[in-house]
Design a protein around this ligand. Structure first.
Ligand code: IVH
Length: 679
């Protein structure tokens, strides 16, 4: 059956519109359609393609996830090999590299060529080579061994920051783009949490997770994992050569890619080193992992002259930050019982310097991870520390294992209170479920006293440990009956400190209901959820009586949270605790006639319900990331400036929104100020 021409035209139109909308959403972070409109257009195209399969094009947005799982990955030989980079770790090595290429350049050209550099962040992911024929993505291949990789086109099509069709009118007939696919840190954590909950082994780091995801057989799984991509090399065979690396990056941007916004041109090594040093700390605020800076000679004719050694380009080098993976030996394996009773195995190691600090403990996550690693006391292990993430054991080096080691077995009983540990079948976590367990009590009191909860000054870890050990406090309510005389029985407690602590505990009775609810440490009830729950249920009696369906009806409260709150209030021990705390004078209701948005949790009240607009490029956050942070803290992000807006967040090259906000007298925030507000 011939396809009606209007159907063909409409399909083409829909493809274009969806392509533009996807680009605006994923690459520019600046949506042009509401989600509902996008969905409707997408479904219309899907329906047309189902009715007329001849209309399906490889660049159709519907082809991002194919129905057919790829059951094998054919290998593909790269037309141009994917080289790796030589590493430099200090200024001396960098200087030597410059001297080397300059000597070579002088020899080849008869004089020292004029040059400048481009610095790019070295993204810690998985390299990909993408081929576009007549502007359409036809092949995506992994790096493999540099010569031959695996063709994983179907999986690559799920990556929203990779255009399926180049966004220019007359693209060169053949285009090869190389770059790094990576998992943003938030996505990495989400996937690992999901895997932990499902009892699956965890990914050791975002790089492994990205590589593992790309090689997934089911593209639907890849699609759910939201990989991203930054391109860094452009090859245009049979095309006049590009002049500079910078021009390549600009052209990649015109083609519809999102290039890393932090690339910078540098005239000399002094500027390069300043860039490298500036990013050493700043990179920890990026939502993805970087392990260094890639330095490239900007003029492409000079790159071509210099060429490659056996392994590396002579015109580029990776400047690496101090190792974040080092080896050490395991002295002991212990388990730590947290506030929620979760039992986390920890490796105690020979102290070792990693990423600028000395570490001697690393998390082993859970029992499954221990089995997977087969880690034993005496083993040599590779540990990794990145940014704020606590160090973890990446792998064991079995060849270095001494004789006579034995596998570690998770304890069957709590090391703190000796009650039997429990591991629900659906969870990877082993727990102590004895509410009187000293570790759980200590954790509960520390959380109760913490800054965002009851904010009890002076009640730190040290006193909490003593209070629990001495038997003076076995539950939160007992804090409020402590006398200075009792406190004086603690080691190193003086008259003045005792009086101050009793005073600080008493003062916490004035803290508002939302802080009290947060302080109770109910699973999944963080600051934001506590605020929402107290708004929806202004007294604790109402909250305790709420059914799961009532709780789920609150916007932003999902099924898991609702169930956790419901279960918490069904526990007799918790009911007694609330009763006691209430009779001691703690606040379990919203003040009458006053919206709880005011004065409940200090940092939050500043932004709950407030509207923000973002303009320009922020120094470290993408728009979507800034939006997520604002929303997580209870704020809203709008697309247009109006008198209803509370703040304009201003980045580099702000648009007309800034002028409008100035006219309306709307306060402006830089990213730094936004972060302070959200803290
Ligand atoms: S350029 C011939 N640029 O680092 C040019 N590589 O150790 C070679 N990488 O395999 C690559 N960010 O996976 C280049 N901005 C960047 C990069 C980058 C990350 C990775 C890439 C490569 C490895 C080299």
């Amino acid at each position: 059956m011939a396809v009606p021409s209007d159907a063909a035209q409409r399909a083409e139109q829909l493809r274009r519109q969806l392509q533009q909308a996807g680009y605006a959403y994923y690459v520019l972070d600046d949506p042009i359609f509401p989600d509902g409109v996008y969905d409707a257009l997408y479904r219309e195209l899907q329906a047309l393609e189902t009715a007329h399969p001849e209309l399906i094009r490889p660049d159709s947005p519907t082809q991002r996830v194919g129905d057919r799982p790829a059951n094998q990955f054919p290998s593909h030989r790269h037309a141009i090999p994917l080289y790796s980079l030589e590493n430099a770790f200090d200024q001396g090595e960098l200087q030597q590299w410059q001297e080397r290429w300059q000597r070579q350049g002088e020899k080849l050209l008869g004089e020292l060529p004029t040059f400048d550099y481009v610095c790019e962040l070295k993204i810690d992911g998985s390299a990909l080579a993408l081929t576009y024929e007549e502007g359409v993505l036809t092949r995506g291949v992994t790096r493999g061994d540099g010569t031959t990789g695996e063709e994983i086109t179907q999986n690559i099509r799920t990556i929203r920051t990779i255009p399926l069709r180049l966004a220019v009118e007359n693209p060169p007939p053949l285009v090869e783009v190389r770059g790094e696919a990576f998992l943003p840190l938030g996505e990495f954590e989400r996937i690992n949490q999901e895997r932990a909950a499902g009892g699956e082994p965890l990914f050791a780091n975002p790089r492994n997770a990205a590589a593992g995801t790309l090689r997934q057989l089911d593209p639907q799984v890849v699609d759910r994992r939201r990989l991203e991509f930054f391109p860094y090399t452009l090859h245009l065979p049979n095309h006049p050569p590009l002049k500079t690396q910078w021009e390549s990056l600009e052209l990649l941007q015109q083609f519809g890619f999102r290039i890393n916004p932090h690339c910078q041109r540098c005239p000399d090594l002094a500027a390069v080193w300043a860039y490298f040093e500036a990013w050493e700390q700043k990179r920890h605020h990026l939502p993805y992992m970087t392990d260094g800076v890639v330095l490239k000679l900007n003029p492409i004719p000079l790159q071509t002259e210099l060429g490659f050694t056996q392994k590396f380009p002579r015109w580029a080098i990776a400047l690496k930050y101090p190792a974040e993976e080092v080896s050490t030996t395991v002295k002991a394996i212990t388990v730590n019982v947290g506030r929620t009773g979760a039992v986390t195995p920890m490796a105690i190691m020979e102290p070792v310097a990693v990423a600028g600090t000395t570490v001697q403990r690393a998390t082993l996550h859970n029992a499954d991870r221990i089995v997977e690693l087969d880690i034993r006391v005496g083993d040599t292990v590779i540990i990794r520390k990145a940014g704020e993430i606590i160090p973890e054991v990446v792998r064991v080096l079995p060849d270095l294992r001494p004789a006579g080691t034995v596998p570690f077995v998770m304890p069957s009983h709590c090391p703190e209170c000796a009650s039997p540990l429990v591991r629900p079948q659906t969870e990877a976590v082993t727990r102590c479920v004895n509410p009187q367990c000293p570790a759980i009590v200590r954790g509960a009191i520390e959380h109760w006293a913490s800054r965002d909860a009851l904010d009890i000054q002076g009640l730190g870890e040290k006193w909490v440990a003593q209070l629990v050990r001495s038997g003076l406090v076995a539950s939160l309510d007992q804090l409020y009956t402590l006398t200075p005389e009792q406190l004086l029985t603690l080691e190193r407690m003086g008259q003045k400190s005792a009086a101050n602590l009793v005073g600080a505990i008493a003062a916490s009775k004035a803290q508002p209901y939302a802080r009290v609810l947060y302080g109770l440490g109910i699973r999944h009830v963080g600051k934001v959820n506590a605020e929402m729950l107290t708004q929806a249920f202004p007294t604790v009696a109402q909250l305790a009586a709420a059914r799961v369906t009532d709780l789920e009806a609150i916007h932003g409260i999902g099924g898991e949270i609702a169930q956790a709150v419901y279960d918490w209030f069904r526990t007799p021990h918790h009911q007694a605790l609330i009763e006691n705390l209430q009779s001691l004078g703690l606040c379990f209701a919203q003040p009458e006639g006053k919206s709880s948005g005011q004065g409940a949790i200090a940092p939050l009240t500043k932004i709950v319900g407030q509207s923000f607009v973002i303009t320009g490029t922020l120094p470290t956050l993408s728009r979507k990331e800034a939006q997520t942070l604002i929303e997580q803290a209870g704020g809203k992000v709008a697309s247009a400036v109006s008198s209803k807006i509370n703040y304009l967040v201003v980045g580099d090259k702000p648009g007309s929104k800034l002028t409008k906000a100035q006219q309306l007298g709307i306060p402006q925030l830089e990213e730094r100020e936004l972060r302070q507000l959200l803290e």
